[in-house]
Each structure stands twice: as structure tokens, then as C-alpha cells.
Design a protein around this ligand. Structure first.
Ligand SMILES: Nc1ncnc2c1ncn2[C@@H]1O[C@H](COP(=O)(O)OP(=O)(O)OP(=O)(O)O)[C@@H](O)[C@H]1O
Length: 125
């Protein structure tokens, strides 16, 4: 692939991310949560292994949210009128985001409960 194609590929990808950020409130919420969690991870000096899991989890949630936007847009294009299959597609894509978000919360609790408890003095290190 030529250098120009690489640049235009990245450009289109960033256009998609920017569009989703502008139009999807849930994505903005997830991005704000990601920034807060990364700040907390730096504050509590979590281990390298925990950093890997945390960054992977954040990327999965954001990627799922972007795929959800893609499914919504495609359904709005091909099925502007209500259709049971469009409903299944949109609801399932939203379900995928929900699954990643629930597991992200569980992973966050597993990583942060100990440093938070120690910081508040509710647990000995
Ligand atoms: N073309 C359609 N046919 C049938 N049901 C639909 C259709 N479009 C939307 N729906 C139903 O309405 C719900 C909301 O769809 P909508 O496109 O408004 O997403 P949304 O609520 O704006 O999602 P988000 O908050 O992620 O932007 C869908 O999950 C689906 O159940």
C-alpha cells in the first residue's frame, strides 16, 4: 500500500471515530471513564500485568461502541422504516457493548478494590 493510501486509511478511520464521538453520548461517557480509570491506575501504581488488562479492556469497550455506531448507521441506511431484522441487528450490537461494559466494571473492581481499600485505610497492605 502506498504512503498516500496509508494516510487516507488512517484519515477515514479517524473520521469514523470523530463522527462517533460527536454523535454517540455513550462513547463520550466511555472515553471519560477511560481517562479517569487511566488516571486512577497511574495514581495507585498498578502492576504491568494490570495495565495490560486495563488497556485491553478499554480498547474492547471503545471498539464495541464504534461497531455499534457502524451497525446503527448501516441499519438506518438500509432500513429507515421499522423492520424486525433491523431491530435484532441494533439490539444485538447494543447488547455487545453492554457485555463489554459489564465485564469492564468487573475487571475494574478486581484491579482497584485492593489499592482503594488500602488507600482509605480499610485494609492492611
Ligand atoms: N429500523 C428499525 N427497525 C426496528 N427497530 C428499530 C429500528 N431502528 C431502531 N429500532 C429500535 O429502537 C432502538 C433504538 O434505536 P436507535 O437507532 O434510536 O438507537 P439509539 O437508542 O439512538 O442508540 P444509541 O443510544 O446507541 O445511539 C433499537 O435498539 C431498536 O430496538
Amino acid at each position: 500500500m502506498s504512503r498516500k493510501s496509508w494516510i487516507s486509511t488512517f484519515g477515514h478511520a479517524f473520521e469514523g471515530i470523530w463522527y462517533s464521538m460527536k454523535t454517540q453520548r455513550n462513547l463520550r461517557v466511555h472515553l471519560i471513564m477511560a481517562v479517569l480509570v487511566i488516571g486512577a491506575a497511574a495514581f495507585f501504581h498498578i502492576s504491568w500485568g494490570e495495565w495490560l488488562v486495563l488497556l485491553l479492556t478499554i480498547s474492547v469497550v471503545i471498539a464495541a461502541e464504534l461497531m455499534n455506531t457502524a451497525v446503527e448507521s448501516a441499519m438506518d441506511l438500509i432500513s429507515p422504516n421499522p423492520h424486525p431484522l433491523a431491530k435484532i441487528a441494533k439490539d444485538t450490537a447494543a447488547g455487545a457493548v453492554l457485555v463489554t461494559a459489564i465485564f469492564a466494571v468487573l475487571i475494574g473492581i478486581i484491579i482497584f478494590y485492593k489499592p482503594v481499600f488500602i488507600w482509605f485505610g480499610w485494609m492492611n497492605s
